[in-house]
Design a protein around this ligand. Sequence first.
Ligand SMILES: [Zn+2]
Ligand SMILES: [Zn+2]
Length: 181
Amino acid sequence: MYKEKIKFPFKCPVCGKSEFVDVDYLLEEDKDIEVYTIDPVTGEKKLSDAISAHGVHCEFCGWTYDLKQVLNYDVVGDRNDKTVNEQKQEYQNKIQENPDYSFDEEMVKPKPHMCPICGEFEFVDINSYDVCPVCGWIDDGTDTSPFTDYSEVNVISLKDAKEEFKKKRLENPKYKFKNNR
Ligand SMILES: [Zn+2]
Ligand SMILES: [Zn+2]
């Protein structure tokens, strides 16, 4: 049983800034955990709402609770794509660059990115749902999905949209979506 293996509460193994606390009322192994953040000044504990699709994570470094990783810092486990030791290294680098780095704050920051179809227009954020004035692509986040190439919103795949744009440019080198509506 996990309770015999882990001593609760324990600090985040990656950054040490949040505290993972055992909760008795749920029996499923992975739901038995809550994350608390500790105010560095007052030492006061506060229940964190850092719960993502993958589970409970540390809001400071993004480490997601994984029993396997608590027990062994050198395994990748089921919920993180890197080992604890690798994540520690990454976190240290981020802190060096920006001492105030926080995973959760980083997640909500706008992420400007070039249009995946034409590469000539910069969207202000991921999933902005803005329309690219150059090629007409609606920024629905398909380009950041590891699972699909097909955009329900644009009703076309990324691959086909790129080909169509290429064709339009061959026919008319000055083609721009906003001039052709
Ligand atoms: Zn952490
Ligand atoms: Zn575009």
